[in-house]
Design a protein around this ligand. Structure first.
Ligand code: 4NP
Length: 168
């Protein structure tokens, strides 16, 4: 699918957020980065990921998520970090994987009207379960990781089309 270029001059920044920043959001970042590269958009849109919790700060993504990514020719190289209030002033779009993540992101600011970011749920862009949650695969079986990949691939294709429409 060839998508037309964004005309806006400023770089748009996207942040994907889950709880640990070792499963869902690193995969979201990997899938979205791949879409940006395929569509020659890396000079117009950038992405990163973070977690609401600090338990895994500094770690690579979970090996099960990295193995799933590898099966789809993606390499996840990010290191976990915790989301901060500053992120809400730095990024244009913040995509929460589930509703608990969303609430914890919004708790970072006392004044939601003052932030730059549009904070949304990743599955707002999933036509198969709009407004649903990306399920946490951490304590489940290996199938859960492939399911997360499929959800993120579908949702991110629509999310990219949404940004392009919004910014053009
Ligand atoms: P994530 O998954 O939020 O998709 O990175 C989790 C990773 C670790 C934990 C929970 C969820 N944990 O409790 O350590």
């Amino acid at each position: 699918m060839q998508i037309p270029n964004i005309k806006s001059l400023s770089m748009k920044k996207v942040l994907f957020v889950c709880l640990g920043n070792i499963c869902r959001s690193p995969m979201a970042e990997g899938v979205f980065q791949d879409l940006l590269e395929q569509n020659n958009l890396t000079d117009q849109i950038s992405c990163d990921s973070a977690g609401t919790g600090a338990y895994h700060v500094g770690e690579l993504a979970d090996h099960r998520m990295r193995d799933t990514a590898k099966q789809h020719n993606l390499e996840l190289t990010s290191r976990a970090r915790q989301v901060t209030e500053e992120d809400l002033h730095e990024f244009d779009y913040v995509l929460a994987m589930d509703k608990s993540n969303y609430r914890n992101i919004m708790r970072l600011t006392n004044d939601p009207n003052s932030i730059k970011a549009q904070v949304m749920l990743m599955r707002d862009f999933d036509e198969l379960d709009q407004g649903g949650e990306v399920p946490d695969p951490y304590y489940g079986g290996i199938d859960g990781f492939e399911n997360v990949y499929q959800i993120l691939k579908r949702s991110n294709e629509k999310f990219l089309a949404h940004i392009q429409q919004a910014e053009n």
